[in-house]
Design a protein around this ligand. Structure first.
Ligand code: HEM
Length: 279
C-alpha cells in the first residue's frame, strides 16, 4: 500500500505545482473545469451578465432615447399635432385627487428616468458627488413613485381594463398616422393610454421590487443578476413609453396638458378621440 501511496502523493504534488506554475488564466480555466460537474457552468452566466451590463444595456438605453424622439420628430413634421376647438362645451375628466397623484408620479418618475440614465452612463460623468447624488435622488424618487402608483392604480383600474374595441384602435394606430379627424374606437382611455397605465403601475411595481434587491443586496447572486436584467429591460421599455406619453400629452394633442391641470377636456376632442366615453 505504502508503495502506491507515496508515488501517488508525489505525482499529485507535482501536478499541482505544474498547474500553479501556469499562467493565472489557465489556472482559472482549470479550476472552473474542475468545479463544473459540481457547481454547473454558472461562470458562463456571470460572463453573460457582465457583458449585458457593460455592453447591451447602455446601448439599449441609448437606442431608446435617440430613436423614439426621432420617430416622434418625424411624426410631427409629417402629420403634425391635432387641435380641437376649446371654446365649446368642456367635460370634467380628472378630479383634483387624481391630478395631484398624477403630478406626484410625473415628477418622481421624471427624476427616476434622469438619474437612472446618469447611473447607466456613469462612466461619462466619472466618479464623484454628482454620481452619488444621482443614486440618492433615484432611491428617494423610487419610493415616492412606488407609493403614488398605488392610489393611481386603484383609482383608474376599472376604466383601464382592456375592451374588444381597443383592437380596432390598435389596427389603425389610434388614427395618429392620418391627418383626417375621424372618430376612433376608444372609451375614456384609448388602448395606448391603457398600455401606458399598465406598464407604469404594474411595471413600476416590478421595478420597485427588483430595485429593492439591487439596492439592499438581499438574496443570492442569481436573484441579484436576474433583478438587474429585469430592471434594465423593463426600464428601457418604460422610458420608451414615457417619451411617447410626453409627446402625446405635451405636443401631439393641443390642450392635453391643460386638461391635467384643471381637469376639463373639450367635448369636440372627446367626440373624435374618445367617442365611446359616457359622461
Ligand atoms: C412629466 C411627465 C408627465 C407629463 C407631462 C404628463 C402629462 C399628462 C397629461 C397632460 C395627461 C392627460 C392626457 C389627456 O387626457 O389628454 C396625462 C395622463 C396620464 N398620465 Fe401622465 N404625464 C407625465 C408623467 C406620467 C407618469 C410618470 C405616469 C405614470 C405613472 C403617468 C400616467 C398617466 C396616465 C395613466 C394618464 C391617463 C391616461 C393617459 O392620458 O395616458 N404620467 N399625463
Amino acid at each position: 500500500m505504502k508503495k502506491i501511496l507515496l508515488p501517488s502523493l508525489i505525482l499529485f504534488w507535482a501536478m499541482t505545482g505544474i498547474a500553479i506554475a501556469q499562467t493565472p488564466e489557465n489556472l482559472t480555466t482549470a479550476y472552473q473545469q474542475f468545479n463544473a460537474p459540481f457547481t454547473g457552468e454558472w461562470q458562463q452566466y456571470g460572463e453573460l451578465f457582465t457583458s449585458l451590463q457593460k455592453n447591451l444595456f447602455p446601448r439599449l438605453f441609448l437606442l431608446v432615447i435617440t430613436t423614439v424622439p426621432v420617430f416622434f420628430f418625424l411624426h410631427y413634421i409629417a402629420i403634425g399635432p391635432m387641435s380641437f376647438p376649446h371654446d365649446g362645451k368642456q367635460v370634467y375628466c380628472y378630479n383634483l385627487f387624481v391630478r395631484i397623484i398624477h403630478w406626484v408620479a410625473a415628477v418622481s418618475f421624471s427624476l427616476l428616468v434622469l438619474t437612472g440614465l446618469l447611473i447607466i452612463f456613469a462612466k461619462l460623468i466619472g466618479p464623484g458627488n454628482f454620481g452619488i447624488a444621482a443614486r440618492i435622488i433615484h432611491l428617494v424618487s423610487a419610493v415616492i413613485f412606488a407609493i403614488s402608483t398605488i392610489p393611481m392604480f386603484l383609482f383608474w383600474i376599472r376604466e383601464m381594463l382592456p375592451a374588444l374595441y381597443d383592437l380596432q384602435w390598435m389596427m389603425i394606430m389610434g388614427g395618429y398616422l392620418s391627418k383626417k379627424k375621424k372618430p376612433v374606437s376608444a372609451g375614456k382611455f384609448n388602448a395606448g393610454q391603457k398600455m401606458w397605465f399598465w406598464l407604469a403601475t404594474v411595471g413600476g411595481g416590478v421595478m420597485a421590487v427588483t430595485g429593492y434587491f439591487l439596492y439592499s443586496h438581499q438574496g443570492d447572486i442569481e436573484i441579484l443578476r436576474l433583478s438587474a436584467i429585469i430592471h434594465n429591460f423593463l426600464g428601457s421599455a418604460m422610458v420608451a413609453l414615457f417619451i411617447t406619453h410626453l409627446y402625446m400629452s405635451l405636443v401631439s394633442i393641443k390642450g392635453s396638458f391643460q386638461s391635467m391641470i384643471h381637469g376639463y377636456k373639450a367635448e369636440a376632442e372627446l367626440k373624435i378621440l374618445h367617442p365611446k366615453f359616457k359622461y
